[in-house]
Write a protein that binds this ligand. Sequence first.
Ligand code: F6R
Length: 591
Amino acid sequence: MCGIIGYCGQKPAVPIIIEALKRLEYRGYDSAGVASLSDGRLLIRKDAGKVDEVIQKHNLASLPGNVAIGHTRWATHGGVTQLNAHPHSDCGGRIAVVHNGIVENNQQLRQELTKLGHKFTSETDSEVIPHLIEDELKSGCSLEQAVLNIAPKLEGSYAFLVMAPDNPAKIVGTRRNNPLIVGINATDYYVSSDALAFSQYTNQVMGLGDNEVVMLTQEGVQFFDPKGNKLAKQVRKLDQSWAESHKGGYQHFMLKEIMEQAQMLGQTACQDGKTFTKIALDILRANQVIITACGTSRYAALVGRYLFSKVGKKFCDVIMASEFGYFADSVDKNTIVIAVSQSGETADIIEGVKAARDNGAQVISIINRPNSILADLSHQVIYLNCGAEIAVAATKTFLSQLAIFYLLSFSMVDAFDEATAKLASLNGEITRVLDWNKSELIKLSQNLKDKNDFYYIARGINFAIASEGALKLKEISYAHAEGMPAGELKHGTLALIEPGTPVVVICPADYTFSETLSNAIEAKSRGAYIIGVSDKESEVYDSWIKLPKVDELLYPMVAVVPLQLLAYYLAVNRGCDPDKPRNLAKSVTVK
Ligand code: F6R
């Protein structure tokens, strides 16, 4: 939701923080701010607006000091205003805090602190943290001890960093159910919500467990357990593909990520066959299998369910992570829960997985981001290995999730190698889909840019692709879009079709073709504008997005790509920034 970063070392700190904020902007982009320590003074600059705007407006680059923290915000408590932007401070302006997450008991803490005479300046939940620390410091303890003392008073999930000039050249941080990772390079020390923030400087990282505390000084990094005992930590190496955060000549990250999908698919498919076969056998043996996920990852899960059933003859259910807790009673030790999450941070998934684990379930996760909370909670993790996805709307990670489900389902019938070979052949097909359709999609997006309602229909394995195509469009273009099984169109939605309403029909030339086309005809006869996504041309289509002929089970992977591109071009034509859609964040770390 929000991104936090701290640097302590020998270099000017603020330029490092500014660079990190730009890399963290995918986590929140409604406000930004920096605090630095220089000559015993705490300098805080913050405002509402995108990172670049705040940098310019407050000339952030001019702030001196070798110790600094920064924040990029996605508002949850309190509007998008300068006062609500982080860093937050105490009554005396001697403490700076940047926070990601939610302090659920903030109202109660605020009341208690107000009674003690504390003055609050923002509407945020985060501001209770510096005020709590203020009281601890007044009683004479060190900054690290203050953090250790106040952390148990905070309910909810959080990661925060704190600095104070009375404890110079020091950053202290802690986390609970929100990520925080430390990076080390000789005498430079970094701490952030995401290693991407500092991965251009170092690939040496150390993780922080729940409720542990870290202290960065110019001499080094020290970890503490919740009781204040010193902890020894192993340094891990970060995968270098996470160091990249440039647009590679494209106008937006989203376009770059759509275009690099074919190549990333190859990386994802490079998995260990033995591990997959073992996981597949565990899935086959389990009494019940539940896949849980949100948003785009859930649509990948729906394709997965279909593949498990069709290839492995194994039925499973897909439950939205935000609803999963309500089914926890029927989860037991004979259940396998497969959690699918690009970020590995989504709060609803973390909560559901914890409940499932408490009931004895085995948890297998499919994750892209390394070092995530979900990974720590899982018995087995499958990584997508498709590199950092920066655009808020998921694209390449969706394709990679589909590839993992494809490999898993074929592993159920001992055909991992066959699946790998089939995925390898898709590389060229995906490139072809993009080449064939780019100009048609640009033209289509210009023609449809003023439409405000779109419907996407498909059958069988492609139904989830209709839903995903619609989700992409509404996320980044702010147009109403709905995806549904084609057969459901006549149970209500047909009433909404007016002359010219765009209906995207995914109808590959497979066993669903005729029935899906009939549904398209029903819509067309009510005046709909039909966009056919198919390898077979038809006079029913007003516009044809051409697919290559592929195996029946691979159509989702070729069909989703032009739908992503259509959403992208529509967003651009409607004047929206596809990389930073309003009201959305890449990691949804609140429930
Ligand atoms: C869609 C999108 C969101 C995420 C959802 C789950 O483009 O970005 O709908 O898919 O928030 O996120 P993860 O996969 O990180 O759990």
